[in-house]
Structures are given as structure tokens and as C-alpha cells.
Ligand binder design. Sequence first.
Ligand SMILES: [Zn+2]
Length: 269
Amino acid sequence: MMHEEYEELAALEAIGGVTDEESRRLEEHCKGCSSCRHALDDYREAAAGLAIALPPVSPRRDARDSLLIQIQTEAVADSRVAEATEDAAAMRRRTIPSWWSAAAAVLFLALFGWSELRLRALREELTLLETEKNAVITENMRLGNDVQAARSRLDTIRSANQLFRLAASTSSTAASANVFMDATHRRAVIVFTDLEQNDEAHSYQLWIIRGDMKPPMSAGVFDVDADGGGEVELHDMPVDVPIAGLAVTLEPRGGLSAPSGAVLLQGKA
Ligand SMILES: [Zn+2]
């Protein structure tokens, strides 16, 4: 038998339309053929889903009539063949499978067509849920990171032994920052207020003003939100750099190695 025939057999099997012998042969074939195995599983799933979920429906009159006509025609043809061969046993053998396959084919189309739609809807729903689950996982991780960052900042603020303030260089802005420096652990938290929100093309850049008269050293870039607030946490501040103070400039996104913009905020340590 060909694979197609096994697949047809699988469709019949799912709605109980095969003999024990056919069922045994199908099982045997499916052991070594994953494509037919999947077909059989799909058909069984479709048939089971239908049995559970499909409300009883009367077949459309014309569909039922054409099925009956088809079955009668096949039965007549079979009986003619049987008469010609005068083999009544052959007629019985051939008539019963004809009935079965015609009925099963119509039933199967009705069942599978419906079931396939339902399965497709369920698959789409599953994909959607999967996407939502991933979004929740991502959000959860983001919140977890936020909590950790907040704890770390609080740690630094608690152990800060040097507090100072950065003030605006011009009186035209109310921007300022509080610096909490934990010199022992070479770390600091700087909290900015009332800075103008930076656009996509620019970053605020924090600079360490060195006590040894060497050029300022970048301490990183940061963004300011619509509320004018921003926070920077510094770790592993250089031990060998004497920190005279901090300054802030606005630079191209990502920052530069030396300040190019006007000093917006500054303060002495
Ligand atoms: Zn096969």
C-alpha cells in the first residue's frame, strides 16, 4: 500500500471505519512512518474534538441526497459487477467498504473541515498567549533589574561620606544635582533635577574635574526624562585620580572623550 492509502485508512480509522486487520496494518505502518503517524494523530484529534465540541447538526438536504445517490450508484455498480461474476460474496465484500468509504469521506470532510478551523484558532490563541507570556517574563526581568539597581543606589547613598551639590553655570535654569559619594568604595550616586530632557541625538555627559590639573575625565553619559530627572551611579571610580569636582555637558549621543559643549552644571567635591 502507498502512503496515500494509509492516510485514507487513518481518516477512516479515526471514525471507527476500519477492520481489525486494517487497523493492525495501519498501526504497523505508522511505527515506521512519521508522516502517516502524524496524519493518524491529526485525524484522531479532529474526530475527538468534534465528538466533544460539535453540536448536533442535521446535514443539509442536498448534501444528504447527493450522498445517498452516490452510495446507491456505487451499490448498483457493485451489484452489477457481482452479478457479472456471479459472486455474491464479492458483492458483499465490495458493497460494505463502498458504503463505509463514501460515508466516512463525507463525514470526515465535515468533521475535519470544522476541526481544522477550531485547531487553527486554538493555535493562534496559543501563539498569542506565548507572546504575552514572553512579554511578562521580559517585564519581570526588567523590574527585577530595576529593583537591584535601586538597592545598589540606596546602598551607596547610605554609606556616602562626601555630599556635595552641582549647580547651574547660568542663572537661566533651575537645574541642579546632589552628589552622594562613597569615597571608601570609590562609588557615587548623582541625582539630577530640572534638567531639560535630551533628544535622541544627544546625551548628557558627566565629567570628573581632576585635582591634578589634567583634562577632565568622562564618568559616563545619562539621559534625562520628561520630568527633568536623571540618575547616574558610578562604580570603581579611579583610585589614582584626585577628584576636585564634577561637571555636566550636553554632547552628541554616546558622549565624547573630551567635553565639547558648554558646562551646564558643576560643583566642587
Ligand atoms: Zn506512510
